[in-house]
Design a protein around this ligand. Structure first.
Ligand SMILES: *[C@@H]1O[C@H](CO)[C@@H](O)[C@H](O)[C@H]1NC(C)=O
Ligand SMILES: *[C@@H]1O[C@H](CO)[C@@H](O)[C@H](O)[C@H]1NC(C)=O
Ligand SMILES: *[C@@H]1O[C@H](CO)[C@@H](O)[C@H](O)[C@H]1NC(C)=O
Ligand SMILES: *[C@@H]1O[C@H](CO)[C@@H](O)[C@H](O)[C@H]1NC(C)=O
Ligand SMILES: *[C@@H]1O[C@H](CO)[C@@H](O)[C@H](O)[C@H]1NC(C)=O
Ligand SMILES: [Zn+2]
Length: 945
C-alpha cells in the first residue's frame, strides 16, 4: 500500500503552527508485540454457533486459530461477482456472487476451513471431487465471525494428494466502508454516481468471496463481472470475452498469473480513460469522466511508461503482465494500492492539473506511482510469506520509489528528499523506548488488527532508510545484482526476508567486493533488522575515539525489550576531513580508536555524508564549534543534505540531553543567508516542536521575532527577483514570513484572496502558493472568508485543490467556525469518510482548534471508533494528532482518564498510539520544565557563541 493520506508539504497552518512537518511527523508508531488485545472479542455477534459458546477457555480448535491449517492448498478460483450500483428496495447496496475454488488436499482432514467475512450464503455450498474417489458428504457448515472463517465439517476425510472443488453462492453488502468490495460515490453533472471497487490488503478479500486469504496461498484467478452495459468492468488481467445483454453485460477476464488474494481488484464504473502503449504493453489511466476530460490523468500517463521501463532494467525482469491500469477513486482509504495490474489511488495521488496543482502535488504523484509500480515485481511477483515481513515489502518500495521518480523527473533531486521524508521522520519515532524492530516473529502477527498495525512508519520509512544504507555500502551494482537473482529465483512464489540477504551475499561473493565487507550481509543486517532503534555515533576529534550508543530521545527511558546484540550495531561511517572524502570506516564495536579522525585545530570532520547511514552523529565541542563556523562562513563546503543533517542531529541530541539546547538553536543562525530548501525544512520541522510547546507561553514573542528576522532575506529573495528555482523554499519563505507577522507578506496574501473572492471564477493565486495563501487568508479573516472557501471546496473539481481548501479551513481562528467544521466531519455528505480523521487532525494542529478537537474526539469517541477503528493508517494518526501538543500535568491526567473511560469501547488500531501519547506527554512535560528558561533567554538574545 502507499502510505496513508499523503500530507502535502505545503499545508502550512500559517500563524499557528510553523510548517507541515508538524503534520508529517505525527504518523503513528505502532508497536505490536506483547500487546494482548482482547477488547474487540466481545463484539462478535452472538448469532453464530461458534461464538455463542463461552469464550473463556482458550481453544485449540483450528477455527479458533488465526492462521489457516496447512492441510489444503488452493490452485484456481473461478469467481463471478455482480455488484448492484443502485440500492435495493430496503436501501441496501449489495453484490451477489458465485465462486468455486479448486484445492489440493495436502494432508488428510475432515474439515475445510476457508476465510469468509460478512458474506451470507444463499445456497448450500457443494463439494466435488476431481479425482477418482468420491467427495465426502458435508455434515455441517459453521460461520465463525471472530476468526472470519466458514468451517465445513465433512462426514469423511479428504484424501491427501487429491483435488476437490468447493462451490459457493453468496450475497454481501456493497457498503461505503472502504474495505473489501465496497462502493464509492460522487456527483457528476448533477447526477449521483456509484463505483464498485475493492481494497483487499491486508485481510479483506474474504469480504468479497470465500477464499484462503493468506499471502502464501497463491492461486490462479478466473474473474467474471456482471455489470450495467453503460459501465466498464476492470480487474487484474485483460478482458477475454464480453457478452452484452440488454440488461447486463458479462465481462470475463483472462486468468491471472499465480498470485496472492490481497492483490486482487474488481472495479465497475462509468469512468473515462486515456491510454498509451509502451512497446506491446497497454498503459491506461482511469478516473471520473470530468477529470479525464480535463486532462488530469495526463501527467500520470506521461510518467508511467518511463518508470516501468526503469524498473524492468533495475530488476532485469520484464513487466510480468499484459497491461497496466491505474485508477483514481473518489473514496479510498490508503494513498494507493498496488493490486497487480490494476493499481488503485486516492484522487490526489494520481490526478494532476497543470493550472491548479502544486509542484508538491506533482512530486507526490510521481513518487506514489513509482512506489506502486515497484511493487508489481517486488511484492506481487515475489511475495513475502507472511505479514511479519511487511517491512521488507514496504521498505523496499519506499526506497526505490525515489529511484523511479528520479528517472521520470531527473531535474528535481528527488532522491535527496528521502532524508527529510523518511530518515528524519522515522528517527523521531525509532528513538522511543517503545519502538519496535523492523522484523516480527511470524506468531506475533496474527489477527487482522495486528496485521493492520504493522503498516506503520517503521515498516515504511525505517525499512527504506536501512535498505538505502545497504545499497550504498554494497554499491548499487552489487545490490541490484543480488536483487535480480532473488526475483528470478522466487518469481510467483513466496519468501522470507533472509532469502534476499542470501542473494545479496551471493552477489557480494561473486564480485569480489566481499573482501571489503567486514562481516556477512546477514551479520550486518541482523543488527539493523532484529533490534529496534539506531545508534548515535560520537566522534571525538581530539582523541580519535569513536563510540556508539543506542539513541533514546528520553534519556531516562529504558528500551522496552532486551536485544540479543546489546544495542550495538555494525555501522558504516562515511566521512570527510574538511572537504576531502575519506575511506569508509566500519565501527564494529562499542568503542574504537581511529587516528585518522584525530585532527589538528584548522581541520574539521563531518560524518555520515548525505545521510546514507541510519544513525545520528555527535562530536566533541571543538568540532561542533568548527562546523558552526563553516556553516556561518563557507556553508558550501558542507553538502546541502548535511547542512540539514547538522540541524536535525543537533536538535535531537539536545532533546535527548546529550548537547545543550542552545547549541541546537545556534545551528539555525546561518539560515539568514541560506536559500536551499533542505536546511530550512529541517530547521522548521524542529522548530515546530518549539512552537507546539511554547506557543501558549511567554517564549512565543521572542521566538517569533527571531524566526521572523531569519526568514526576512529569504522572503525578499523570493519576492523581489521572482526566482522560482526552488519552489518549495519559496513556499517556506512565504509561510514563515506571514506567520511571523511580516506586514508585506500579509498584505500580499490577503490582497490575492480578496481578488479571488471578488471574482470566484478566476483564481489569481499561483498553484504552488495556494495552501499557504488560503490558510493565512482564512486565519486573518472571519466568517465571510470561511464560507467562501467552503463553497470553493464544495465546487472544486480536482481533489488536490479540495485538499488544500479542506486543510486551510482548519486555519480559522474563530472557535465557533472550528466547532462547526468539526461537526462536518461526522457528515459524509460534507467531508468524505476517507478525509474525516485528517480534517480533525488539521483542526487540532491549530492552537485555537486543539482543545476543541480534543473535546470533540472525547465526546464522539464511540462513533469515531465504530467508523474508523479498524483502518490501518488514519486512526492512530488521529490519536497522535489531537494529543501532540500536550505538555502539562493537567493534559496528561485528561489523557489517562480518556484511556480508562473508554476501555470498554477500545482503541482498535490506535491502541498503541494511546500509550505512545502518554509517553510523549510525559516527555514533553519534562522537556518544557528543563528548557523553557534557557530557550527564552536565547531567543531574546540569539548568539553565535
Ligand atoms: C467459471 O464459472 C462459470 C459460471 O459458473 C462457468 O460458466 C465458466 O465456464 C467457469 N470458468 C472456468 C474457467 O472454469
Ligand atoms: C446477511 O444476513 C444478515 C443476518 O440475517 C442481515 O442482517 C444482512 O442484511 C444480510 N446481508 C445481506 C447483504 O443480505
Ligand atoms: C478466453 O476464453 C476462452 C473460453 O472461454 C478460453 O478458451 C481461452 O483460453 C481464454 N483466453 C485467454 C487469453 O484467457
Ligand atoms: C505529457 O507529455 C506531453 C508530450 O510530451 C506534453 O505535451 C504534456 O505537457 C505532458 N503533460 C503533463 C501534464 O506533464
Ligand atoms: C450530490 O447531489 C445531490 C443532489 O444533486 C445532493 O443532494 C448531494 O448532497 C450531492 N452529494 C455530494 C457528495 O456532493
Ligand atoms: Zn507499498
Amino acid at each position: 500500500m502507499g502510505k496513508g493520506f499523503h500530507i502535502s508539504k505545503t499545508v502550512g497552518i500559517v500563524g499557528i503552527v510553523l510548517g507541515a512537518g508538524a503534520l508529517a511527523t505525527i504518523i503513528a508508531l505502532s508497536v505490536v508485540y506483547s500487546q494482548e488485545k482482547s477488547k474487540n472479542e466481545n463484539e462478535v455477534k452472538p448469532t453464530d454457533a461458534a461464538t455463542s459458546a463461552p469464550t473463556t477457555a482458550p481453544s485449540n480448535e483450528p477455527w479458533d486459530q488465526w492462521r489457516l491449517p496447512q492441510t489444503l492448498s488452493p490452485q484456481t478460483y473461478n469467481v463471478t461477482l455482480w455488484p448492484r450500483l443502485k440500492p435495493d428496495p430496503t436501501g441496501l447496496y449489495i453484490f451477489t456472487g458465485m465462486s468455486s475454488v479448486v484445492f489440493r488436499c495436502v494432508e488428510k482432514t475432515n474439515l475445510i476451513l476457508i476465510h469468509s467475512n460478512k458474506l451470507n450464503m444463499t445456497k448450500q455450498p457443494t463439494l466435488t471431487a476431481l479425482g477418482s474417489k468420491p467427495a465426502p458428504t458435508i455434515e455441517s457448515i459453521v460461520m465463525h465471525t471472530k476468526t472470519q472463517y466458514m468451517a465445513i465439517h465433512l462426514k469423511d476425510e479428504l484424501a491427501a494428494g487429491e483435488s476437490y472443488e468447493l462451490y459457493t453462492e453468496f450475497v454481501g453488502e456493497l457498503a461505503d466502508d472502504l474495505g473489501g468490495f465496497y462502493r464509492s460515490e460522487y456527483n457528476e453533472t448533477g447526477v449521483k454516481k456509484v463505483v464498485a471497487t475493492t481494497q483487499m490488503q491486508p485481510t479483506d478479500a474474504r469480504k468479497a468471496f470465500p477464499c484462503f486469504d493468506e499471502p502464501a496461498m497463491k492461486a490462479v484467478f478466473y474473474i467474471t463481472l456482471y455489470h450495467d452495459p453503460a459501465t466498464v468492468a476492470l480487474s487484474n488481467d485483460e478482458v477475454n470475452v464480453t457478452a452484452d445483454g440488454t440488461l447486463v453485460t458479462r465481462t470475463t477476464f483472462a486468468p491471472t498469473e499465480v498470485m496472492s488474494t490481497y492483490l486482487l481488484a474488481f472495479i465497475v464504473s462509468d469512468f473515462g480513460f486515456i491510454e498509451q502503449n509502451m512497446d506491446k504493453l497497454q498503459i491506461r489511466i482511469f478516473a471520473r469522466q470530468e477529470a479525464i476530460n480535463a486532462g488530469q490523468g495526463e501527467y500520470a500517463l506521461n510518467v508511467t511508461g518511463p518508470i516501468l521501463k526503469f524498473f524492468e532494467k533495475y530488476y532485469n525482469v520484464p513487466y510480468p503482465l499484459p497491461k497496466s491500469d491505474q485508477i483514481a477513486l473518489p473514496d479510498f482509504n490508503a494513498g494507493a494500492m498496488e493490486n497487480w495490474g490494476l493499481i488503485t489511488y486516492r484522487e490526489t495521488a494520481l490526478l494532476y492539473d497543470e493550472e491548479i496543482s502544486s509542484n508538491g502535488n506533482k512530486e507526490s504523484i510521481v513518487t506514489i506511482i513509482a512506489h506502486e509500480l515497484a511493487h508489481q515485481w517486488f511484492g506481487n511477483l515475489v511475495t513475502l510469506r507472511w505479514w511479519n515481513d511487511l517491512w521488507l515489502n514496504e521498505g523496499f518500495a519506499s526506497y526505490v520509489e525515489y529511484l523511479g521518480a528520479d528517472e521520470a523527473e531527473p531535474d528535481w533531486n528527488v532522491k535527496d528528499l528521502i532524508v527529510l521524508n523518511d530518515v528524519h521522520r522515522v528517527f523521531a519515532i525509532d528513538a522511543l523506548a517503545s519502538s519496535h524492530p523492523l522484523s516480527f516473529k511470524e506468531e506475533e502477527i496474527q489477527r487482522p488488527e495486528q496485521i493492520n498495525e504493522v503498516f506503520d512508519t517503521i515498516s515504511y520509512s525505517k525499512g527504506a532508510s536501512v535498505l538505502r544504507m545497504l545499497s550504498d555500502f554494497l554499491t548499487e551494482t552489487v545490490f541490484t545484482q543480488g536483487l535480480q537473482t532473488y526475483l528470478d529465483n522466487f518469481k510467483f512464489s513466496n519468501t522470507v526476508y533472509t532469502d534476499l540477504w542470501h542473494h545479496l551475499q551471493l552477489a557480494v561473493n561473486g564480485t569480489g567486493t566481499g573482501t571489503s565487507l567486514p562481516k556477512s550481509v546477514q551479520e550486518i543486517m541482523d543488527r539493523w533488522v532484529l533490534q529496534m532503534g539506531f545508534p548515535v555515533v560520537t566522534i571525538n576529534t581530539t582523541t580519535g575515539q569513536i563510540t556508539q550508543e543506542h539513541f533514546l530521545l528520553d534519556p531516562e527511558s529504558k528500551p522496552d525489550r532486551p536485544s540479543e546484540f546489546n544495542y550495538e550495531w555494525f555501522v558504516p561511517i562515511s566521512w570527510t576531513k574538511k572537504e576531502v572524502a575519506q575511506p569508509l570506516y566500519w565501527l564494529l564495536k562499542k568503542t574504537d580508536q581511529s587516528n585518522d579522525m584525530k585532527i589538528s585545530v584548522d581541520e574539521w570532520v563531518l560524518a555520515n555524508i548525505n545521510v546514507t547511514g541510519y544513525y545520528r552523529v555527535n562530536y566533541d565541542n571543538d568540532n561542533w564549534q568548527r562546523l558552526l563556523n563553516v556553516l556561518q562562513n563557507s556553508r558550501q563546503s558542507i553538502p546541502v543534505i548535511n547542512r540539514a543533517q547538522l540541524i536535525d542531529d543537533a536538535f535531537n541530541l539536545a532533546k535527548a540531553g546529550i548537547i545543550e539546547t542552545t547549541l541546537a538553536l545556534r545551528t539555525t543562525l546561518f539560515l539568514n543567508s541560506e536559500t536551499e530548501y533542505m536546511p530550512w525544512e529541517a530547521a522548521l520541522d524542529n522548530l515546530d516542536y518549539f512552537y507546539l510547546m511554547f506557543d501558549r507561553t511567554e517564549v512565543y514573542g521572542p521566538m517569533q521575532s527571531y524566526v521572523g528576522r531569519q526568514v526576512k532575506d529569504l522572503f525578499d529573495y523570493f519576492t523581489s527577483d521572482n526566482k522560482c528555482s526552488d519552489l518549495y523554499n519559496q513556499i517556506n519563505a512565504l509561510r514563515v514570513a506571514c506567520s511571523t507577522g511580516n506586514e508585506e507578506c500579509k498584505t500580499l496574501i490577503t490582497g490575492w484572496f480578496q481578488q479571488w473572492m471578488a471574482n470566484p471564477n478566476v483564481n489569481p493565486i499561483k498553484a504552488n502558493l495556494r495552501s499557504t495563501v488560503y490558510c493565512s487568508a482564512i486565519a486573518a479573516g472571519g466568517e465571510g472568508e470561511w464560507n467562501f472557501a467552503w463553497e470553493m471546496f464544495e465546487n472544486a473539481t480536482i481533489a488536490s485543490e479540495k485538499d488544500k481548501l479542506r486543510a486551510a479551513l482548519a486555519c480559522a481562528t474563530e472557535p465557533w467556525l472550528l466547532n462547526r467544521y468539526l461537526k462536518y466531519t461526522l457528515d459524509p455528505e460534507k467531508i468524505r469518510k476517507q478525509d474525516a480523521t485528517s480534517t480533525i487532525i488539521s483542526i487540532a494542529s491549530n492552537v485555537v482548534g486543539q482543545p476543541l478537537a480534543w473535546d470533540f474526539v472525547r465526546a464522539n469517541w464511540e462513533y469515531i471508533f465504530k467508523q474508523y477503528g479498524g483502518g490501518s493508517f488514519s486512526f492512530s494518526n488521529l490519536i497522535n494528532g489531537v494529543t501532540k501538543r500536550f505538555s502539562t500535568q493537567f493534559e496528561l491526567q485528561q489523557l489517562i482518564q480518556f484511556r480508562d473511560d473508554n476501555t470498554h469501547i477500545g482503541f482498535g488500531s490506535g491502541t498503541l498510539a494511546i500509550e505512545q501519547s502518554i509517553e510523549r506527554t510525559n516527555a514533553n512535560i519534562k522537556w518544557v520544565e528543563k528548557n523553557q528558561e534557557a530557550v527564552l533567554e536565547w531567543f531574546k538574545k540569539p548568539s553565535y557563541l
